[in-house]
Design a protein around this ligand. Structure first.
Ligand SMILES: [Fe+2]
Length: 258
């Protein structure tokens, strides 16, 4: 029974949507509800169960590579999802094979890895983070996105930042100021919305020493150059502006409510 539960949890936590939403821990369950993808989740889980080989896998997107045009271009999406994200998944699985036995047991879900992050080698941190971060990123974008967040998230943004425009300004600032490669985040930290950023493929769920951003992710923006260089070259600000046209507020709202 324990093995079945572990396996089921692993499958749930790593299978990400054919609808672009993340399946898994309680963190993600509301996303599924928002996207009405329970049926898809079951299909994916059944499929993953049949083909389960103990490996993490690349999630399918819920939209075509060109569906975020003209804001995020097809070529970038093809390479970003099909090459970069795939590489994180491949290298995560390879890195797990080299782990000592006492860590293998803790590598069966990304949540478990992040909870014991400081015990894992750097390759697991980089590639596990890369897998989680990108999976989240795909799920909080959609074609014809943008607009205004509704519900409790919209209220919380207004209460916390004064207005949606002010929130966008502060989030964009955090995205611009992240030196080199990394991610900008909106997280829930001690019950409050907080904007911040992390370097490389770190994320706010990782238990790491130091003062890094901690919290439950609601929004994530990849500010690695591979996310925008083909279309925007060095103009990160243009890419950030484009993000607001594809952001999936319903998915973010579901994460917030979870
Ligand atoms: Fe990326």
């Amino acid at each position: 029974m324990e093995n079945n539960n572990t396996r089921r949890n692993f499958i749930k936590q790593t299978a990400i949507l054919s609808t672009g939403t993340i399946i898994g821990s309680s963190l993600f369950n509301s996303v599924l509800a928002a996207e009405n993808t329970l049926k898809v989740e079951n299909q994916v889980m059944e499929s993953e169960s049949e083909n389960f080989q103990g490996n993490y896998s690349l999630p399918k997107l819920s939209y075509a590579y060109d569906a975020l045009e003209p804001h995020i271009d097809k070529a970038t999406m093809e390479i970003h999802h099909g090459k970069h994200h795939q590489a994180y998944v491949t290298n995560l699985n390879k890195s797990i094979e080299t782990l000592d036995n006492n860590l293998v047991e803790h590598s069966k879900s990304l949540e478990s890895i992040f909870e014991k992050m400081s015990k894992f080698p750097e390759a697991i941190r980089n590639n596990g983070g890369g897998h989680y971060n990108h999976s989240l990123f795909w799920s909080i974008m959609k074609p014809n996105g943008g607009g205004t967040p509704k519900g409790k998230l919209g209220d919380a943004i207004t209460t916390t930042f004064g207005s949606l425009d002010e929130f966008k300004k502060q989030f964009s600032d955090a995205s611009m100021k992240r030196f080199g490669s990394g991610w900008a985040w909106l997280v829930v930290q001690d019950g409050k919305l907080v904007i911040g950023s992390t370097a490389n493929q770190d994320n706010p769920l990782m238990r790491l020493r130091g003062k890094g951003l901690k919290g439950k992710p609601v929004l994530a923006l990849d500010v690695w150059e591979h996310a925008y260089y083909l279309k925007n070259q060095n103009r990160r600000a243009d890419y950030i502006a484009s993000f607001w046209n594809v952001v999936n507020w319903e998915a973010a709202e579901a994460l917030f409510n979870s």
